[in-house]
Design a protein. Structure first.
Lengths: 463, 630
């Protein structure tokens, strides 16, 4: 491995380089000084030994994801002959989201960091791989990716994490202000804060962060597959459509019933699209604004499913007299596709509004529906539709969020341990700063000036 | 000796420049600036209004404190005077924050105000190549250079004398456009009994510089013989006082007798009198436009802003051994004299107090420091440097640190040598200068340890190892002192290696020492292999071992940030033509014109995507200037 000292201090980044959702194969790419170590840590050769690639080339390897091994292709491109001019490794894996996730987790353990938007390209440029004319393209890309990320992050944060982070930040910064005031003012001064007060605030911050992480974990899908969520009034035919579309043998079949309000919990199944990709289909409770008790819990669960949806499939009975626009399911920001259900019970054979009509009973319209889903999710190969889903980017972002929350928790646990064993408060403060930095990665930054503002608004300081 | 060049200064009639370096102002910034310049071989003049007030402590008679004690140690490590003068004239020494971790511990002392001034003046007078000049600066002397810019080539004094110099450092403190307030009374002047300097403000404005207005204040001084110590708590110094200076001579510390301070508190009656008269305070009557510091609020501010507090702490500090004057720390005020008398006498111990001097607020001009470069040179006016309170800071220590920094850089600039700029990870001084340039202060800037993100690396115990060898390399301290510190650093390394090597019961001594309950002292007595470590070494090695994981982490962070930190932004980059920057970022960047990508990222309103974009633009800019390469 070659590289100057300056290059070695750079981080090594990794990301999924293939399209979102489950295809036949997935590509994970890593670039930076640790790429070689990552290959050694992750790949076994035919004899089961850690692989040490000798130069540019293709290797058939077994990838150790921490549970077992899986066959994969490794493309090894040592710098400076690679795209980024750094050492680059690419793993071509079976398109199994769980495996991809395990590989990313493993890379994280090996010290690699998730790539920011456009970061591979930016490195390529900074390392002199791209010429001036192409640099203009990079700029446009970085700008576009920035605004795209902002939009995606915005929609994620609007989904509930933002509010939690804001509350969490409030608690954490209060804690940091207490600690810093105690450090910046002497025992004799009024800025001094008793350790007991700091300890109590720390417990509170940790409990809140734990809650936020649990929430975020529950909210974001365990799978890398895009989610198509069924919505509509009770008895609009959601469960029938779910059962008709999901793959045979799937464990989570929805209970089908023509008694309105049968589906209380969300059901999840796999849906195969014509192009070979898979997505998740989710059945939720029907919309009932008057729900109470157990039903209200089901409604909460449904709200959660909507927030994490990549596409809402909104069912309206063809025979009904309810207009789609009356449907309270039309939440802002979530891409939706309106589908007229129970076509077999319709009075006229075609929808007057030209909308998609399907029948779970006869199977009519289902092929067209699947093609529509594919296009709306941006999974179709001839994709040129502007309303492409952001799902892949959002998924990467939420992965980053979870990582940041995990790290914040780790730092707070460390701070608690230090406080418990009577270590210097300056070390406790260092761990708290680490927790603050972790949150900074989700929302903007806190400056020392913000912290001082807090200190001065609370304490009457100064001799 | 390195030659000094003055490419744009016009020689006087006899063909000679008067000076290499002219320092305007004899306060804490001016002293360090002049001494540093002279140590680097410059012919230095120090122009001051009053030769008797060089090194005056305008406010409280104390040096150091949290965040500030570290600065004094850094000044000392760089060869400055403050630590030595404080050691020689201290009448009570304490290490603050001893219970809170090594990184935030800091030395502080009460000083004999009169002796401090005497000692500082003596140091200045004894420095070869440094000349004291009495007088006030009326205006800057300018010379139009070939590049069309006005270079500063000295000052014209109020007496009409022209003093020409290759570089000029203004350390005018609170004396530019200074107005003092006591109740309804307002008078011009930067300190009681001293006048204001008014011409310079106009000189600076006509150079296109943006000025602002700040406020600070002082408490009353009382006759100590009229106070009742029985009614107050006594506060003593440390049993084993520690000096500021790394060069303190052994055995005779502290040289002066030590005295106690006293602690007392405001009462309900105090609060009532102040609240009843609040309309007579200049701040509340709207007569003061400047913004005062939040960390050192006036007593009227404390009472109005924190009405739920039933009392505020007051320190009664002696001003010296040969004076009865006591400084009443904690009741800075600009209320009318009769109100001051009334409320002070409601404070336990001060009931019979006789006033030596009333408290007052002072308003003064400062120069928005975002117009400076990291050498403290004014960016668009060659030959002019600024240091101290004139840059919007507060405190003797902050001022002295800037003085040393500006004096050093002005001399290096005249010699055509590389600037001496310390980073945020190298010194509190580096944090301060970077903060000043990137954020225009909205209140007088004071150092806090929370401003230093690499605080664990910037301890008062390692200031010499951090800075002295570097100072020796440029000639700011003697080579021999630099070597002594290098030898100490080597002893620290060897001791650390020994602790990592020696094992007891399956653990290295370092691992044992890392346990919270173990101290290096206890290890030394238990393990003969460690015998003979000197106490200074023990202190610093113990911190290095106990903090090793965190020190490593901060050092890693420094390394990670280094690339961005070192990527230079061309000075003539046109931000208005960079597409994709956020509106606020564009405005702030155009105004401050940061020197590096790292500095750009620290400016308020500049977001990470802005920095990423800027990075790409800078790289493109750099390449366009290179000859075509294949």
């Amino acid at each position: 491995m070659v590289g100057t000292a300056a290059e070695r201090t750079r981080s090594t980044i990794c990301a999924v380089a293939s399209a979102p959702g489950a295809g036949e194969r997935a590509v994970v790419r890593a670039s930076g000084p640790l790429a070689f170590e990552a290959v050694r840590g992750l790949c076994r050769d035919a004899d089961g030994q850690p692989l040490a690639p000798q130069g540019r080339g293709l290797h058939e390897v077994q990838v150790d994801d921490g549970v077992g091994t899986q066959p994969a292709l490794l493309v090894w491109m040592p710098g400076p002959g690679s795209y980024t001019r750094e050492d680059v490794a690419e793993w071509h894996l079976v398109g199994n989201p769980a495996l991809v996730r395990a590989v990313l987790r493993r890379l994280g353990e090996l010290g690699l960091e998730p790539a920011g938007p456009g970061e591979f390209t930016r490195r390529a440029f900074e390392n002199g791989r791209l010429d001036l004319t192409r640099a203009e393209g990079v700029l446009a890309l970085v700008e576009a990716r920035n605004s795209e990320e902002l939009r995606a992050a915005g929609s994620l944060l609007a989904g509930g994490l933002g509010g939690r982070i804001a509350a969490l930040r409030e608690v954490l910064e209060h804690l940091r202000a207490l600690t810093e005031a105690s450090l910046d003012f002497d025992q004799q001064d009024t800025g001094h804060v008793p350790l007991k007060e700091i300890s109590a605030a720390l417990d509170e911050a940790r409990a809140d962060l734990l809650e936020a992480r649990t929430w975020e974990r529950r909210r974001t899908p365990a799978s890398g597959l895009a989610r198509v969520v069924l919505a509509g009034l009770p008895n609009a035919g959601k469960s029938a459509l779910f059962n008709r579309l999901t793959l045979e043998g799937d464990e989570h079949r929805a209970i089908e019933s023509d008694q309105a309000g049968t589906t209380r919990d969300a059901k999840v199944g796999r849906l195969a699209l014509p192009g070979g990709q898979e997505v998740l289909l989710v059945d939720t409770a029907g919309i009932d604004p008057l729900a109470e008790g157990v039903d209200a819990m089901a409604q909460d669960r449904r709200d959660l499913e909507w927030e994490r949806a990549d596409l809402l499939l909104e069912l309206v009975e063809s025979s009904g007299n309810q207009a789609a626009s009356d449907n309270p399911a039309s939440g802002p920001g979530i891409p939706r596709l309106i589908v007229m259900s129970k076509a077999d019970l319709a009075l006229s054979p075609h929808d007057p509004g030209g909308r998609l009509r399907v029948s779970s009973h006869t199977g009519s319209g289902l092929t067209a529906l699947l093609a529509q889903i594919e296009i709306r999710l941006g999974l179709a190969t001839q994709d040129d539709t502007p309303s492409r889903s952001n799902s892949g980017l959002e998924r990467q972002l939420s992965e980053r969020h979870r990582k940041a929350l995990d790290q914040g928790l780790q730092e707070l646990a460390q701070a608690q341990a230090l406080l418990g064993e009577g270590a210097g408060l300056d070390l406790v403060a260092e761990a708290l700063r680490g927790a603050g930095l972790a949150l900074d990665r989700i929302t903007g930054q806190t400056t020392p000036e913000d912290l001082l503002d807090r200190i001065f608004s609370r304490f009457c300081l100064g001799k | 000796m390195t030659r000094f060049t003055h490419p744009h200064a016009t020689p006087t009639s006899d063909g000679q420049l008067d000076l290499d370096l002219l320092v305007v102002g004899g306060g804490h910034a001016g002293i360090e600036a002049a001494l540093a310049g002279a140590r680097l071989g410059a012919r230095v003049g120090l122009l001051t209004l009053d030769l008797e007030r060089v090194g005056e402590m305008s406010c409280n008679p104390a040096i150091g404190g949290l965040g500030k004690g570290q600065i004094v140690r850094e000044i000392d490590a760089l060869g400055g005077a403050m630590g030595r003068v404080a050691d020689a004239t201290g009448i009570q020494f304490r290490i603050l924050n001893t219970g809170k971790g090594a990184a935030v511990q800091a030395p502080r002392c009460q000083s004999d105000r009169h002796r401090y001034r005497q000692d500082a003046t003596a140091l200045v007078r004894a420095q070869p190549g440094l000349e004291l000049i009495a007088g006030g600066a009326q205006s800057l002397l300018l010379s139009r250079a070939e590049d069309g810019r006005d270079w500063v080539v000295g000052v014209r004094t109020e007496a009409g004398q022209e003093i020409r110099a290759g570089a000029t450092i203004l350390t005018t403190g609170t004396f530019m456009g200074a107005v003092m307030h006591t109740g309804e009374r307002t008078e011009a002047g930067g300190r009681v009994g001293e006048r204001s300097v008014d011409g310079l403000t106009q000189s600076l404005t006509s150079l296109g510089l943006t000025l602002g207005r700040l406020k600070t204040g002082t408490p009353p001084r009382l006759d100590g013989t009229t106070l009742n110590p029985e009614r107050m708590e006594e506060q003593l110094g440390d049993a084993t006082p520690q000096p500021f200076s790394f060069t303190a001579p052994e055995g005779i510390f502290p040289p002066l007798p030590q005295v106690p301070c006293h602690i007392t508190y405001t009462t309900d009656a105090t609060h009532r009198i102040i609240a009843d008269n609040i309309h007579r305070a200049p701040m509340y009557a709207g007569r003061i436009k400047g913004v005062g510091p939040r960390y050192c609020p006036s007593v009227e501010d404390k009472i109005m802003r924190f009405p739920d507090r039933d009392r505020h702490q007051i320190f009664v500090e002696p001003e010296g051994l040969d004076t009865n004057v006591a400084y009443i720390n904690g009741v800075s005020t600009s209320l009318p004299a009769e109100v001051q008398e009334a409320f002070v006498r409601t404070i336990p111990g001060l009931e019979e107090a006789r006033f030596e001097r009333f408290g007052y607020a002072v308003e003064y001009d400062f120069i928005q420091p975002s117009q400076l470069s990291h050498t403290l040179a004014v960016r668009d006016v060659p030959g002019l440097f600024l240091a101290g309170q004139v840059n919007g800071t507060s405190g003797y220590e902050e001022a002295a640190g800037q003085g040393l920094w500006a004096g050093t850089n002005a001399a290096l600039w005249l010699q055509g040598r590389e600037p001496f700029v310390l980073g945020r990870h190298e010194a509190y001084l580096g944090v301060m200068v970077d903060d000043l340039i990137l954020t225009n202060p909205s209140e007088p800037y004071r150092m806090f340890s929370s401003r230093a993100e690499y605080r664990l690396l910037l301890r008062s115990d390692n200031a010499d190892r951090r800075l002295t060898p570097r100072a020796a390399r440029i000639g700011l301290v003697e080579t021999e002192r630099g070597q002594r510190v290098e030898a100490k650093a080597e002893r620290v390394r060897q001791t650390l290696a020994l602790l990592d090597r020696e094992r007891r019961g399956g653990h290295t001594l370092a691992e044992i020492l890392r346990r919270p309950e173990t101290t290096l002292d206890s290890l030394v007595s238990a393990h003969p292999v460690l015998a003979g470590l000197d106490p200074d070494l023990i202190r610093t090695v113990e911190v290095e071992v106990k903090y090793s994981g965190y020190l490593q982490r901060q050092e890693d962070n420094v390394r990670r940030a280094a690339r961005q930190e070192n990527l230079a932004i061309p000075d003539d980059l046109d931000y208005s033509r960079l597409s994709g920057l956020g509106g606020e970022a564009r405005e702030r960047l155009s105004q401050i014109r940061p020197a590096t990508l790292g500095a750009a990222g620290r400016i308020e309103g500049v977001r990470p995507p802005d920095v990423a974009l800027l990075g790409v633009h800078v790289e493109r800019h750099r390449r366009q200037r290179l000859p075509a390469e294949k």
